[in-house]
Design a protein around this ligand. Sequence first.
Ligand code: CTP
Ligand code: MG
Length: 378
Amino acid sequence: MSIAVIIPAGGSGERLGAKVPKALVQLGGRTLIEHAVANMAPIADQIIVAAPAGLEGKFQELLGSEVTVVTGGITRTESVAAGLRLVSKDMKFVLVHDAARALASTDLARRVIKELQSGADAVIPGLKVSDTIKRVNLDSFVTKTPNRAKLRIAQTPQGFTRETLVIAHKTQSEATDDAALVEELEIPIKVIFGEDRALKITTPDDLIRAERYLLGDEHREMRVGIGTDAHAFSADPSRPLALAGLEWPGEVGVDGHSDGDVAAHAICDALLSAAQAGDLGSNFGTSRPEYAGASGAKLLQETLAIVHAAGYSINNVAVQIVGNRPKIGPRRQEAIDAISEALGGAPVSISATTTDGLGFTGEGKGLSAIATALITRN
Ligand code: CTP
Ligand code: MG
């Protein structure tokens, strides 16, 4: 389902006090806005960034042509509204995400989207508060002590159905987040668990905290995995070929209980091996009849869920298809997109080779694939 991400980055960052607008401040070798875009890109079909007026060209150069840059407004709400006007009509959901929360993870965005896909109109990440919060009047006298257990710190990305966000912005109200506008419409807003690393970088101290998260990333445990699969071409010339998440009209399929997608299966095994979560057989084998005949894409999706549940995210997967035909090159990008989509947007590479007439693949008897995967503990 199509997802647009609007990133308001039009503020000046007065409280941070840097020489450049906050979104252009460096953190671990790249700017805050580059971090925010990189973390949202895997889940986004459209990304719109609201830049400070006059810096549109600089932002466009930094972020590349895949990102739409729009001139930000005087307030955050106006910057979001400017972005919203450019959200394509076929987007089902819109995430609004502060550039200042540069380190909010892709996983957090995925969890927001999951809740939208389960039917919520508005979803925000929130953290519990550990301090007691006081409401005060203009003279700094306490007027109320709200029950701490019922308070949450609102974060971004905040997710909405496109219609909900469009209606909310028609109220023309001003607020420091978009959920506040939706709240006025009395539309329920679901709060999911937020992330410490989604902190809003506001002061120089926040920048130091954020640096610590980045440094932590470099020391997180990484694991590689390996997987292979092979199937013989069917004697039945009408059997369709499923390979790398695609159908291949005019090509003869392979024998097997499932759709016989050797590339998808090799990747599943590589991911399961990296996560120390067994293999295809132990997860989806004959003891699980509901997976008989499952498509490669379906098994990739289920494998991704297992990898996530084991506490890892995918860095990348690579697969090499071995066989005389079909020719992979002309449809390589299509295959990469299909597999990447099934893996929640993970980076995928696909290569192919023949084996100089040697072995069962060289003799044209079947297809095989070999895959590797790299994953990192969350
Ligand atoms: N923002 C925006 N347009 C504005 C003001 C803010 O797009 N006119 C964006 C900021 O760039 C930031 C997010 O809204 O990504 C949250 O705002 P905040 O953290 O307050 O950033 P700044 O306004 O830049 O910081 P300050 O208030 O310290 O000046
Ligand atoms: Mg501000």
